[in-house]
Design a protein around this ligand. Structure first.
Ligand code: SUG
Length: 446
């Protein structure tokens, strides 16, 4: 039996974290639009979550934030002059584009890429396909820097493949690992790769909210990495209408266990049959369904119970559900979570984590991390300067306390001083994480 671990790569929250209301269909983002954020609290919450997992023995990596405000995007729209002039005119003439150029949305690393571990891929390499994120303007700016970031963390091409994102068209709309679940007997064993899509490429979509993943995008991702045991399942339209803008708002899985809401899939029986067929001879899937009668979809979405991290931790014989504190605060969600742990099922206990700043933009614990199954050699081939331990955690905490604002109303995104502050912060981070010279675009233009 081959051995592998599931590492977590979390997106470090950037200094422009804000509530600009940029994501229609993401109810938290819509509700909190216009509020002042606290970028410093946000990055510290994320770091505390990373430290918790590192202490529990899970390999934990840090993904640097993207460069924001992203002036190359504003230049491409014809804004010219000094950096301050570009920002000023963009905010005056095209505020929606300016806001997109400032978004810290790369923190939600579950949307960075879709991962196929080496045991499942056709060429024996780990495949990390950056998502094109075309459904939202601000997120469509991410794939270029995401590719560079993943190549820096996983530089050795004999182990890792980081292809370009799928073509940036609505037909191939792709939101990465948020719409993909891998099940297996053990991380190092061949798995079942469950791809969940919201619509077909040529379908006339008449939903109130966008369906952000097409079947054709999921199929292309599976085809190019050669993902073993690929299964394609349609997300319920009712789930999207209810605010599940990604499948990971209503479903999470690891090892043999798939935990999901009754209303997550268009056809639950077909999903189960397809997963069972793909798992045949490998493992017996454990389906754990939470009924709408126990937890209405609206509570599932507001509490983000399913956006928990489902973890296999060293020394524990059952899985641990790392849920957002909002789950604990919602009586029905808390009861549902605790019922899971007190049954004889695959989940042994629930733990809660405070990532409120991210949650207010619709990003729970599972959104903040990209899972990458790695063999010991692959783990060693990753950039070790990005691996979180107590020392790196301390350095990053100190950096964040010095470099981040503790209050940022969306209007302050237009402040030219913020551009200088973020560049100084990212310059220092480049050293801390050993990202190399000229890693960020602004470092190459100076
Ligand atoms: O794409 N929010 C993100 C949240 C992503 C959560 N990810 C997962 N479920 N995996 C989104 O909707 C809001 C930004 C703003 O409104 O300023 C935002 O982009």
């Amino acid at each position: 039996m081959s051995f592998a671990v599931e590492a977590n790569c979390d997106g470090l929250v950037g200094p422009t974290h804000s509530y600009a209301g940029l994501s229609p269909g993401n109810l938290a983002s819509e509700k909190n639009a216009g509020e002042a954020s606290n970028p410093r609290a946000a990055v510290l919450e994320g770091l505390a979550k990373m430290r918790r997992l590192a202490q529990a023995g899970v390999p934990q990596f840090v993904l640097p934030p993207h460069e924001r405000p992203f002036l190359p995007f504003l230049w491409s729209l014809g804004f010219e002059g000094s950096d301050a002039e570009v920002l000023e005119t963009a905010w005056r003439q095209a505020p929606a584009f300016a806001a997109a150029a400032c978004s810290a949305s790369s923190m939600w690393a579950a949307n960075a890429a879709t991962v196929t571990p080496s045991v499942d891929s056709a060429d024996g390499r780990v495949w990390l396909s950056p998502a094109n994120l075309v459904s939202n303007l601000h997120r469509s700016l991410e794939p270029g820097q995401t590719g560079a970031i993943l190549r820096r963390l996983f530089p050795d091409e004999s182990y890792f493949a980081v292809p370009p994102a799928l073509a940036p068209t609505a037909h191939l709309a792709d939101e990465g690992a948020a719409n993909h679940v891998r099940l297996c007997a053990a991380h190092g064993e061949p798995g079942v790769n469950l791809f969940v899509y919201g619509r077909d490429a040529w379908e006339r979509w008449d939903g109130r909210f966008p369906a952000r993943q097409t079947r054709e995008a999921s199929q292309a991702l599976a085809r190019r990495s050669g993902a073993h045991g690929a299964v394609f399942v349609r997300q319920a339209k009712a789930a999207i209408e209810g605010g599940a803008f990604h499948n990971d708002v209503v479903c999470v899985g690891t090892r043999e266990c798939l935990l999901y809401h009754e209303q997550a899939f268009e056809d639950v029986a077909a999903m189960q049959a397809a997963v069972r067929a793909a798992a045949e001879g490998l493992f017996e899937p454990a389906f754990v369904e939470i009924k709408a009668a126990d937890l209405p979809l609206a509570d599932a979405v507001s509490s983000y119970l399913f956006n928990s991290q489902l973890l296999e931790l060293p020394g524990e014989d059952r899985l641990v559900l790392l849920a957002p504190i909002e789950t604990q605060e919602n009586p029905r969600a808390r009861a549902a979570a605790e019922a899971l742990a007190s049954s004889n099922g695959p989940i042994g206990r629930v733990e809660y984590v405070d990532v409120r700043q991210s949650m207010r933009n619709g990003g729970g614990p599972a959104c903040l991390r990209l899972r990458v199954v790695l063999t010991p050699d692959e783990l060693e081939a990753a950039n070790q300067a990005q691996r979180l331990d107590a020392v790196l955690h301390g350095r990053l905490e100190d950096w964040a306390r010095r470099r981040y604002r503790d209050r940022l109303p969306p209007a302050d995104l237009a402040d030219p001083a913020l551009l200088d502050e973020t560049r100084a912060a990212l310059d220092e981070l480049t050293q801390i994480l050993d990202l190399g010279d000229g890693f960020y675009p602004f470092q190459r233009f100076d």
